[in-house]
Design a protein. Structure first.
Length: 136
């Protein structure tokens, strides 16, 4: 079996930043579903960075943010403030619909420029908080 090389937390966070920049680019080009998709991917990678730091191992191959958070919290006891946890919970809920829309036109109505901007702002706060957890 081809063992995946361990990816350190710093690489996960580098990619998380890149993906959040991509979300900004998607917002500017009015591609709101992809804005949300890239926000999810960014948070997923940042949380996987915390996982990698915590367990000194590659995270499980999953897209479920809350699952990863639970795994991390089972080893390291820290409280996530509600203003950080709420956006993670909301982004986790839309993972499948934005990744595999059943009806693109209907889903597009859910994500306006304004809602997408709000989601990016909250994701930036989450990413900043997650970065503050590195090496703690």
């Amino acid at each position: 079996m081809n063992e995946q090389k361990f990816k350190p937390a710093t690489e996960w966070f580098l990619q998380a930043d890149y993906d959040l920049d991509t979300a900004d680019a998607m917002l500017k080009s009015d591609r709101y579903i992809y804005t949300i998709f890239m926000v999810h991917l960014s948070l997923e990678k940042a949380i996987k960075g915390i996982y990698a730091q915590t367990f000194q191992d590659n995270p499980p191959k999953t897209h479920h943010l809350l699952y990863l958070i639970e795994k991390i919290q089972s080893k390291v006891l820290f409280d996530i403030p509600e203003d950080i946890f709420a956006p993670i919970r909301e982004i986790d809920k839309v993972n499948v619909p934005v990744r595999y829309p059943e009806n693109l036109h209907e889903l597009s109505k859910s994500y306006t420029k304004e809602t997408s901007e709000e989601i990016i702002l909250s994701a930036k706060a989450v990413l900043k908080w997650l970065k503050s957890r590195l090496n703690k």
